[in-house]
Design a protein around this ligand. Structure first.
Ligand code: AP5
Length: 216
């Protein structure tokens, strides 16, 4: 079976998680969100989880070996047999090489870049509220129906550890240091769709569906 592998690429807060949810529903493909998987490990309070905090809370990349294991294991689950959506991977050239090594003949790889400026990133992440169930909100752009509570499971929303202004700057630097070679390679070897992420969430979704020729 040929797999469809979609990679969401963009700076922190560009809307990768938000848009990957729409695409997952439309294409019936699971999302592999490395940041989310790592946070789940942190929340379990394991020794590994504590070690991860040392990287993530400083906006640094977690070691590649661990990321490779996470993706290799998750992508082999039965629900990923037709493909999967990557949110947050690859983040540098080594991870790009690793992803390429996982591709099988006949797989289709599509990169979706979401372009957003640094100032907008600070604005968005400052207003982001998240839930343990994975749902994400924004106080102004995507507020929950009941203030401070998740629409999906009703749990209390909170601010991510790495959504502090100085850590956001470090995450932006990590992104900018690595982005250009990945985008260049994606444009040359795969399909690369670039979206203007500085429009309302629904407008970004529509542009993405149009580019992928999906019914609205
Ligand atoms: P990760 O969790 O992947 O964080 P990130 O890449 O920094 O991206 P975010 O989740 O912050 O943002 P997003 O683009 O998904 O935006 P969202 O949809 O939430 O990674 C965290 C950390 O884990 C990394 O720093 C690293 O340490 C580690 N890590 C992860 N993957 C790794 C890897 N492969 N290798 C090594 N380490 C790794 O939207 C943001 C906010 O804006 C929300 O409030 C949302 O409601 C709002 N919003 C979304 N779209 C719009 C819009 N169009 N208009 C207005 N508001 C919008």
């Amino acid at each position: 079976m040929n797999r469809k592998i979609i990679v969401f690429f963009g700076p922190p807060g560009s809307g990768k998680g938000t848009q990957s949810e729409y695409l997952s529903q439309a294409l019936k493909l699971p999302i592999i969100a490395t940041g989310e998987l790592l946070r789940q490990e942190q929340n379990r309070g394991t020794a590994l989880g504590k070690e991860l905090g040392g990287f993530m809370d400083k906006g640094k990349l977690v070691p590649d070996k661990l990321i490779h294991e996470l993706i290799a294991k998750r992508s082999k689950k039965p629900d990923a047999k037709n493909g999967f959506i990557l949110d947050g991977h690859p983040r540098d050239e080594n991870q790009l090489k690793d992803l390429i090594s996982m591709i099988k003949e006949g797989d289709e790889l599509i990169f979706i870049e979401i372009k957003v400026g640094d100032r907008e990133v600070q604005n968005r992440l400052g207003g982001r509220r998240v839930c343990d169930c994975g749902a994400t909100y924004h106080l102004i752009y995507n507020p929950p129906k009941v203030a401070g509570r998740c629409d999906v499971c009703g749990k209390k929303l909170y601010i991510r550890h790495d959504d502090k202004p100085d850590v956001i700057n470090d995450r932006l630097k990590t992104y900018h240091d690595a982005a250009n070679p990945i985008l260049k390679y994606a444009a040359e070897h795969f399909k690369l769709i670039s979206l203007n992420g500085q429009q309302p969430i629904e407008a970004v979704r529509r542009a993405m569906f149009e580019a992928l020729k999906l019914p609205d």
